[in-house]
Design a binder for this molecule. Structure first.
Ligand code: GLP
Length: 244
C-alpha cells in the first residue's frame, strides 16, 4: 500500500485524476470500477473537463460501480445510478451499454448479484478500482464483519452508515436499510486500486487502517493490505491522526 499525502480535497482530486488519466491514455479500453459519495466528485469533474477539452475519450472504456441502494430505481435522485449520470455518464462519451451498476429494484436480488459478478468477469475484470471509505472503515457497502472472499451481495446497512449518508436524503428515515455491493473479494480482484480520503470525518478510519498491516474484519478497508497495487491518496485532515 503506497500513501500519497496531499494538502486538501482539490489536491487529492488532482492526484486521483492524474492516475486515472494516465491509465486511460495508455489503455483506452480500460475497465474502471467507480465509487459514489462526496469523495470522488472532484475526480469526476476533472474527467469531464478532460473529455470536454478533447484530452480523453470514454468511447472504448467500461465501468462497473461498487454499489447501489436496494429499493431505489435508477431514476430516483438518491440512487447511485442517478448520481453517476449526474456527475459523469451524462457528460462524457461512455456509451450507454458500457457502464453497469447493480439494480436495486431487480425482482430477484440474488440473481442480480450473480449477474453482476458474471458481467465483471465477462468484461475481463476491473483494471482500476476507485474507492472512498466510510467513517467506520467500510468500502463499497462492505460493513465490519464482511469476509475477505465475499462477492457481490445484499447487505443490511449499519445505523452509522445510514446516518453518515442521511445528508443526501430529505429525511433520515428515507435512507434505505439495504444495499447491493461488490464484495471485498470482488474489489480485491481489481488489478489496481486507488483509495481516496478527505476530511476530518475519515481521520479515525485512516488511523486504524495505518495501524494495521493485515486484514482485520472490523475494518473492511484493511483488506487492501492484501492487495499488491494500492494507492491511498489522502489529505492532511484525513491523515491528522495517523502516526507516521
Ligand atoms: C457510501 C458508499 C461508499 C463511499 C462512502 C463514503 O457508504 N457506499 O462507496 O465510499 O459512502 O462516502 P463519502 O465519499 O460521501 O464520504
Amino acid at each position: 500500500m503506497r500513501l500519497i499525502r496531499v494538502k486538501d480535497y482539490a489536491a487529492m482530486s488532482d492526484e486521483a485524476f492524474a492516475i486515472v488519466y494516465e491509465r486511460m491514455s495508455t489503455n483506452p479500453r480500460l475497465t474502471l470500477g467507480l465509487a459514489t459519495g462526496s469523495t470522488p466528485v472532484g475526480l469526476y469533474e476533472r474527467l469531464v473537463s478532460a473529455y470536454r477539452t478533447g484530452k480523453l475519450s470514454f468511447r472504448e472504456a467500461r465501468s462497473f460501480n461498487l454499489d447501489e441502494y436496494v429499493g431505489l430505481a435508477p431514476d430516483h435522485p438518491q440512487s447511485y445510478a442517478y448520481f453517476m449520470r449526474e456527475h459523469l455518464f451524462d457528460h462524457v462519451d461512455l456509451p450507454a451499454g458500457r457502464w453497469d451498476i447493480p439494480s436495486g429494484i431487480a425482482p430477484d436480488l440474488a440473481e442480480e448479484c450473480a449477474r453482476y459478478e458474471a458481467a465483471i468477469e465477462a468484461a475481463g475484470g476491473i483494471d482500476l478500482q476507485v474507492l472512498g471509505i466510510g467513517p467506520n472503515g467500510h468500502i463499497g457497502f462492505n460493513e465490519p464483519g464482511t469476509s475477505l472472499d465475499s462477492r457481490t451481495h445484499v447487505v443490511e446497512l449499519t445505523e452509522s452508515t445510514r446516518r453518515a449518508n442521511a445528508r443526501f436524503f430529505d429525511r433520515p428515515e428515507e435512507v434505505p436499510t439495504h444495499a447491493i455491493t461488490m464484495g471485498l473479494g470482488t474489489i480485491l480482484r481489481a488489478r489496481e486500486i486507488i483509495l481516496l480520503a478527505s476530511g476530518e470525518s475519515k481521520a479515525e478510519a485512516m488511523a486504524r487502517l495505518f495501524s494495521l498491516n493485515d486484514f482485520d474484519p472490523e475494518l473492511p478497508a484493511s483488506s487492501l493490505h492484501r492487495h499488491p497495487e494500492v494507492w491511498v491518496i489522502a489529505d492532511e485532515a484525513a491523515l491528522s491522526r495517523v502516526r507516521v
